[in-house]
Design a binder for this molecule. Structure first.
Ligand code: AMP
Ligand code: MG
Length: 338
């Protein structure tokens, strides 16, 4: 198919909505990453999203709404703690999982009886949902397994000719996918860290359990609470090794071990102090800037055709936990502690 390239101006927002109303699929900007959107209430549209991405059918999609009134019809009930989170953090990078209602097509949930819902902060995303008049299923608009897209160019590189349209809304402001929390069990459980940090969740909930898959590799044969966590993810072609230790230690390790064509994935302040090609992912003590740049940096690594990438270890504080979570997956949990 021929992909139509659109801007985020009003007339193009209406064009994107028309494509979606005619059962097409379109990549749209959100504040987290670009999403590949289709009508969430039609199984046939949802299937097209899975096909375009090459996504395993048991990895469920997030449903995006533009107004809180669109939430109740999608779920069995909205508990008090979920409503309190929505009031505080929506629109924003928080996805909540609850038992699903019957209008949610099975294709979205990958066989689960729950549905994930989020109201994006991006005005363009909400304007498109509004103009459609129905909620949009939208996973990240990348080829499955690749780093998530934070610009329209990233989407084009993966999905040109596979989607009906791509709406360019510039660079995503958060740069990392939403926080995913399940409120379907007895205790709230963080399944994926993101822009809404555990501390922010606890302000409303008092306490949140953090799923083991946030930090660690899933054991062979274990069932993932969030199916997305079991797949190899965010990976460049190169082998990524994370080096945990001081900058001096990191530099020493590189001096001893790096060969030709290897790359350092480091912080902006460190570029001139290292003896090899450097690709940066944000500033050293600024996890928000690291979140914003990590996926673009992983894509640049591929362009360099690097063999081995030596990555700096991010602090796990605040949104840094999300940066850590994505980077360890990109590295296949390959961490060297100095
Ligand atoms: P993406 O939209 O590509 O950022 O991926 C959505 C993430 O949310 C994946 O990790 C999914 O496994 C997770 N997810 C979506 N729906 C559910 C659900 N009903 N239960 C558990 N995890 C979910
Ligand atoms: Mg994704």
């Amino acid at each position: 198919m021929k992909t139509l390239y659109l801007s985020d101006r009003q007339e193009d927002i209406l064009k994107a909505a028309e494509i979606l109303q005619n059962d097409g699929i379109a990549a749209i900007p959100t504040e987290t990453v670009y999403g590949l959107a289709g009508n969430a209430l039609k199984g046939s549209c949802v299937k097209k999203i899975f096909e375009a991405k090459g996504r395993p059918s048991d990895n469920p999609l997030i449903v995006h709404i533009s107004d809180i009134s669109q939430w109740a019809p999608l779920v069995k009930a909205i508990p008090e703690n979920a409503m309190a989170l929505a009031e505080k953090y929506w629109p924003g990078p928080l996805t909540m999982i609850l038992p699903k209602s019957d209008i949610i097509p099975d294709e979205i949930c990958g066989g689960l009886d729950t549905v994930a819902v989020r109201m994006p902060r991006s005005e363009t995303a909400r304007a498109i949902i509004n103009a459609c008049g129905f909620p949009l299923a939208a996973p990240s608009a990348n080829t499955s397994g690749k780093p998530s897209p934070t610009t329209a160019q990233h989407v084009k590189a993966d999905l040109d000719g596979r989607v009906n349209a791509i709406v360019d809304g510039g660079e995503c402001s958060v740069g990392i996918e939403s926080t995913v929390i399940s409120l379907a069990g007895d205790v709230p459980r963080l399944l994926r860290p993101g822009g809404i940090t555990p501390q922010m969740l606890n302000e409303v909930l008092g306490e949140t359990e953090i799923d083991d898959a946030v930090y660690n590799k899933l054991a062979d044969g274990a069932v993932a609470a969030s199916p997305g966590m079991k797949y190899k993810h965010y990976s460049p072609e190169a082998k990524v090794i994370i080096i945990k230790g001081s900058f001096e230690g990191y530099k020493g390790y590189i001096e001893q071990n790096a060969g030709q064509g290897d790359v350092a994935l480091c912080f902006e302040e460190e570029v001139n102090a290292l003896p090899l090609k450097c690709i940066t992912y944000g500033r050293r003590d600024d996890p928000s800037s690291q979140a914003k740049h990590i996926f673009d940096a992983l894509r640049q690594v591929d362009k360099e055709k690097a063999k081995t990438v030596f990555a700096r270890f991010p602090e796990k504080e605040g949104i840094g936990l999300a940066v850590f979570n994505r980077l360890v997956r990109a590295a296949g949990f390959n961490i060297i502690e100095l």
